[in-house]
Design a protein around this ligand. Structure first.
Ligand code: SAM
Length: 245
């Protein structure tokens, strides 16, 4: 998703309290950062910023990432539904992220922060074992073979996810692009992950569709009649951390 350049988008992102400006400096410290932000919000307006649990329990809260948030419908709905989970959305383009921030200004979800950045740097943003779950939704297909490394479910990216996910961590990927999905399934063979669950028609799979939250692209493409594919990856018991990168 690449919206037209919106003048002032970069400045608005710089000024937003919901974006983390130097994500590298919070590597390994994300839970503490959430707690600090929530305390500051509570001090300003207790009604607008419901309390996160005390720091000792906050330290063990799950931390979930969505890479390529687009306009943010998915991660905002999740964050509103699960106040005990901490969410970080990563989006490459300022003009797209601006839409998320406009909504977040209204919703003020204390368990949700954003990074304007490139997922290629994800291991600089997050430490080993820091992340419990990664969501990839309708990732860009990069159709040319020479760009395969840029695809978010590629073996190169899976190796990066391996470095930040907890041992029980998982990756959830949805797309209507069958070519990209077939590629993603093949790439798992070259990784430390295995497919725990898979469907080629999510909306007609009652078990996998339970609790499904539609993304902007999912809504648009399923309305056109496209089937949505989804897999959930977990670590293989027989493979050690540290795949190809
Ligand atoms: N996830 C949304 C949805 O399902 O509606 C948006 C899908 S859109 C096709 C893909 C999004 O991923 C775009 O907003 C794009 O800017 C973002 N993106 C692509 N590559 C990225 C990367 N390497 N790091 C961060 N964001 C990325």
């Amino acid at each position: 998703m690449r919206l037209r350049n919106i003048p002032g988008a970069r400045d608005a992102i710089q000024e937003s309290p919901w974006t983390v400006k130097e994500p590298q400096s919070f590597r390994g410290q994300w839970r503490a950062l959430f707690e600090e932000r929530a305390a500051a919000l509570r001090a300003q307006d207790p009604a607008a910023a419901p309390a996160l649990p005390a720091a000792d329990t906050a330290a063990r809260k799950p931390l979930h990432l969505e890479i390529g948030t687009g306009k943010g419908r998915f991660i905002m709905e999740l964050a509103a539904l699960h106040p005990d989970v901490l969410y970080v959305g990563i989006e490459k383009y300022s003009s797209v992220l601006l839409r998320c921030l406009e909504k977040q200004d209204e919703l003020q979800l204390p368990n949700l922060l954003f990074i304007r950045g490139d997922a290629e740097l994800i291991t600089e943003y997050f430490a080993e074992n820091e992340i419990d779950r990664i969501y990839l939704n309708f990732s860009d297909p990069w159709p040319k073979a020479r760009h395969a490394r840029r695809r978010l479910p590629s073996r190169e990216f899976l190796a990066r996810y391996d470095r930040i996910l907890t041992p029980d961590g998982r990756i959830e990927f949805k797309t209507d692009n069958r070519g990209l999905f077939d590629f993603a399934v093949e790439e798992t063979e070259e990784s430390v992950f295995r497919i725990a669950e898979i469907t080629y028609d999510l909306h007609r799979d009652p078990a996998m569709n339970e609790g499904n939250i539609m993304t902007e692209y999912e809504k648009k493409f399923s309305q056109l009649g496209n089937k949505i594919c989804k897999y959930i990856l977990v670590r293989r018991p027989d493979r050690e951390r540290g795949g190809t990168d």
